[in-house]
Design a protein around this ligand. Sequence first.
Ligand SMILES: Nc1ncnc2c1ncn2[C@@H]1O[C@H](COP(=O)(O)OP(=O)(O)O)[C@@H](O)[C@H]1O
Ligand SMILES: [Mg+2]
Length: 346
Amino acid sequence: MLERQKIDELISNYSDFKIATICSHSSLQIFRGAREEGIKTIGIVQKNKRKLYESFPYGKPDEFIEVDSYADMPVDELVEKQAIIIPHGSFVEYIGKKFDTLEIPVYGNRASIMWERSREKMFRWLSKAGIKTPKIMTPEEIDRPAMVKFPGAKGGQGYVIVRSEKEFYQNVREKEFMIQEFLIGVRAYPHYFFSPFGKSGYQTKQGHLELLGVDRRVESSADEIGRSIAIGTKPKMAFTVVGNEPMILRESLLSEYMEIGRNISESSFDLFGGMIGPFCVETIITEELEIYAFEISARIVAGTNVYPEGSPYSVFYYNEPMSTGRRIARELKIAAKNKKLAEIVY
Ligand SMILES: Nc1ncnc2c1ncn2[C@@H]1O[C@H](COP(=O)(O)OP(=O)(O)O)[C@@H](O)[C@H]1O
Ligand SMILES: [Mg+2]
């Protein structure tokens, strides 16, 4: 991973900054949020996507940098323009491991992306945080419906459900996988925001946490599977994400969700120096109202896109529409004003 000192150097030479990201995932929200906070933006875009992004007067970036491939980031140009990168899901996926050594200031702690990239690390993190997870099994241990996940799966695509060791070997050829107990319950994906500066929000050892929204992914075919069954077909359960929908939790669940957020946040400081800014935990709530987590996204998630005008939770923290994109821009603005950018950028 790139030395922190290198980024500190770059950022100390910035007299001002712009927010930059790849035009994809949650970029419309990020650009709009920055605009609302009076910060200029740069959209890194492939030629064929430019027309689309230009068509949104309030969602488009102030300027575009066209690239042939996202793997080749225009590093020098971005630094020259005093860019700070906002890493979103597509950004970290398109860039891959090159992300770790990218010589551009990135909002947040880039180590957290390394921890979200590895499923083994992520489960170590969840366990350190004391959070219930689905049981992890070896093929021999499969004694109930289980989900086999492969590394680098894209948006839930390609996972396999098996019910026994035999079914596992019939269906899985891959060498690298993780087998998780298939949990039955309601999925809820809370969007947290950690700030080391803020004075309001849910207190943690290192700062404060805000809950800026909750969503649920809409997945094909899983979420419409009742229709297929009703017409007499036996479709394969699949989890390809096609969108998100808003969700509100029973208020009595909030306290446990804030504790989950606090534990994940605090353990991130023990493990790798702390996760800064937005993150999300993918959870399943059982009928006993027990909450299990199976994934951490250590950055803005696409589910926040359902709340560009703020959410049914953000209104309890802010007297103005506050999306996660805008919250990021505000945080950077506050940090820049107080000469503390180096504390939240790496
Ligand atoms: N242990 C589990 N039990 C039940 N459903 C699960 C489990 N893990 C994942 N899922 C379902 O599969 C989807 C994709 O899984 P996830 O691990 O989040 O993949 P991705 O890396 O694509 O986000 C989830 O949104 C959820 O619907
Ligand atoms: Mg996921």
